[in-house]
Write a protein that binds this ligand. Structure first.
Ligand SMILES: Nc1ncnc2c1ncn2[C@@H]1O[C@H](COP(=O)(O)OP(=O)(O)OP(=O)(O)O)[C@@H](O)[C@H]1O
Ligand SMILES: [Mg+2]
Length: 450
């Protein structure tokens, strides 16, 4: 039971809302205008409120503005008969839990209230983290990567990181740097694909004053900047053959030659990364074979996220926390994340969590908040055991849905056969298909069933 404040200048409306809220088992206090509402919040332990927008004197938006400045502000749903784009946007911006239009049905009201009360634990603001990213992951693949990092951190060996875009190559490079002996110097990252070929040489090796037109001052290259630290050569597969020869020489002889200058010795650990298949580049003649083997001393491959199912939910929770929210994933949201294919890998997951951290108001993120992630991982329907479900009923529902989908697949969408495989009768199967919204395409065994 909670204490709910209803603010409306229309008495009939106030009483109607109060009746519903009381029926739901809560206590109610009423205010006919904004000033009274502010006073009541001072005096009474209000958990949530319904707030009318158009009122004489202090209007709803102003009440919202003043209340949201308080750290202990109640959850506030705006309720108006005059919804406009601008008052909707403004109310949400000011921190309204939701913006609803009158008239509102009993069920809708009950639902919003329930969500508002559930959201209260998260009303104290958290701040987004600015700490450097730590390496999250407990899948077999990530544990193997973590072990390798530990083993090679203190060595000088050149590391080649491969993996699709967004799999975490740069985070791994930073982890190697931070855990190793090479963190006495800085971590310097150079994206070889982003720098035009004719500037890359001076970027990496530096130049002397007057070495070329425009070189008005001496410049230290990345190899020297990273002295006693780590040089991260990102997208190394996108570099021209001439530069490849120079990099090879730097790696082998540990000297670099600034443009227009003399060779200087360098002490630096080099980590290279690419999303390309370098061996294929070698076969096709676009990547030097000797450089390939020079880089390949310690290869680390980061598998796509869809192949590291055990990492998905921990990463998602980590990114939510970093985004500065206490929001949590519901079991159905976790299942949705696990089934999704993640073409953009960890970066896509991070962006998705930052998006829902902002967009979702309420304690829980549900699968319906994640509809923008469309497209299943191949074979997703058969993975049922690696769920992080806390909530048994929804885990069982998920399991049931997956088994039904699989039975349909195995029976070529023949519902009679699927029901037999599942050992349930057809009527029950139909009911479940309807409940889970499963549409049966090309139902070959469907004719004459009924
Ligand atoms: N294991 C992980 N733990 C925590 N954060 C991660 C992890 N893997 C990736 N990230 C985050 O995901 C995002 C993408 O990672 P990163 O930049 O390292 O990918 P990448 O493999 O270098 O991609 P690209 O090839 O596109 O450059 C980053 O914001 C990074 O912090
Ligand atoms: Mg990268």
């Amino acid at each position: 039971m909670a204490h709910i404040l209803i603010v409306d200048d229309d008495e009939t409306m106030r009483d109607a809302l109060a009746e519903v809220v009381r029926d739901l088992g809560h206590s109610v206090c009423l205010a006919a205008n904004g000033a009274l509402a502010l006073e009541l919040v001072e005096r009474e332990p209000v958990s949530a409120m319904f707030l009318d927008l158009r009122m004489p004197g202090i209007d709803g938006l102003e009440v919202l503005r003043r209340l949201r400045e308080r750290p202990d502000a109640p959850a506030i749903a705006v309720l108006t008969a005059h919804a406009t784009a601008s008052n909707t946007i403004e109310a949400m911006r000011l921190g309204a839990f939701d913006h609803l239009t009158k008239p509102i049905g009993r069920n809708d009201l009950a639902q919003v209230l329930e969500r508002m009360l559930a959201s209260i634990v998260e009303s104290q603001p958290l701040v987004a983290s600015t700490e450097p990213e730590t390496l999250i992951g407990s899948s077999e693949a990530m544990r193997a990567v973590q072990k390798t990092i530990g083993v090679l951190a203190d060595s000088d060996a050149t590391v080649l990181l491969t993996g699709e875009t967004g799999t975490g190559k740069e985070v791994v490079a930073r982890a190697i740097h931070e855990h190793g002996l090479h963190n006495r110097g800085p971590f310097v990252a150079v994206n070889c694909a982003a720098i035009p070929a004719d500037l890359l040489e001076s970027e990496l090796f530096g130049h002397t004053r007057g070495a070329f037109t425009g070189a008005s001052a001496e410049r230290e290259g990345a190899f020297c900047q990273a002295a006693h630290g780590t040089l991260f050569l990102d997208e190394i597969g996108d570099m021209g053959m001439a530069m490849q020869a120079k990099i090879l020489r730097a790696l082998q002889e540990r000297v670099v030659t600034p443009v227009g200058g003399r060779p200087v010795p360098v002490q630096v650990r080099v980590i290279a990364a690419t999303h390309r298949d370098l061996m294929r580049g070698v076969r096709e003649g676009s990547f030097r074979e000797d450089l390939y083997y020079r880089l390949h001393v310690v290869p680390i491959h980061l598998p796509p996220l869809s192949a590291r199912i055990a990492d998905i939910v921990p990463l998602a929770e980590h990114f939510l926390a970093r985004a500065g929210t206490r929001k949590r994933l519901s079991a159905d949201a976790a299942a949705h994340l696990i089934r999704y294919g993640w073409p953009g890998n960890v970066r896509e997951l991070k962006n998705a969590m930052e998006r829902v951290a902002v967009m979702v108001r309420g304690e829980y993120i549900h699968a319906t908040d994640l509809v923008f992630l469309q497209g299943e991982r191949a074979g997703a329907a058969d993975h049922v055991l690696d769920w992080p479900d806390e909530d048994l009923p929804s885990a069982l529902a998920r399991l049931e849905e997956m088994l039904i989908r699989r039975a349909l697949r195995h029976s070529g969408n023949n519902r009679t056969d699927a029901a037999r495989r599942l050992n349930i009768n057809r009527q029950l199967l139909y009911a479940k298909l309807k409940r889970y919204g499963i549409e049966v395409a090309d139902d070959r065994g469907g004719e004459g069933e009924d």
